[in-house]
Design a binder for this molecule. Structure first.
Ligand code: HEC
Length: 83
């Protein structure tokens, strides 16, 4: 029974891309894009990075400023999850 459930689970579509929500990627932006893209910063009005929509809209454009592979992978997974 347990094994059967496990097999069903492993064959579920979409397993290849883990679900990553905004809470997981938000610290990347908080650590590196302060103060400009956060409340009080000069870009907050145009591109607020405390909103998932901004990141979804920019997509891989943020990779011009976020170059390490670990962060890029997480952001890619977030973008795929947000679709
Ligand atoms: C010192 C202030 C400052 C910081 C810190 C900052 N930005 Fe920006 N950002 C700006 C300004 C000003 C603009 C608009 C002018 C421009 O395009 O350079 C901008 C525009 C952008 C744009 C849109 C223009 C483009 O290049 O496509 C993106 C994407 C962006 N920032 C991403 C980031 C990311 C990601 C970080 C953190 C890793 C970050 N920024 C950190 C000031 C900042």
């Amino acid at each position: 029974m347990t094994v059967a459930l496990l097999i069903v689970f492993l064959r579920m579509p979409g397993r290849a891309i883990p679900k990553v929500d905004f809470r997981t990627v938000r610290p990347i932006f908080e650590q590196r894009c302060q103060p400009c893209h956060f409340a009080g910063g000069k870009m907050y009005q145009r591109l607020p990075f405390d909103r998932p929509e901004t990141i979804v809209k920019l997509g891989t454009k943020v990779f011009t400023r976020i170059r390490d592979e670990k962060s890029q992978t997480l952001i890619r997974q977030f973008l795929a999850s947000a679709k």
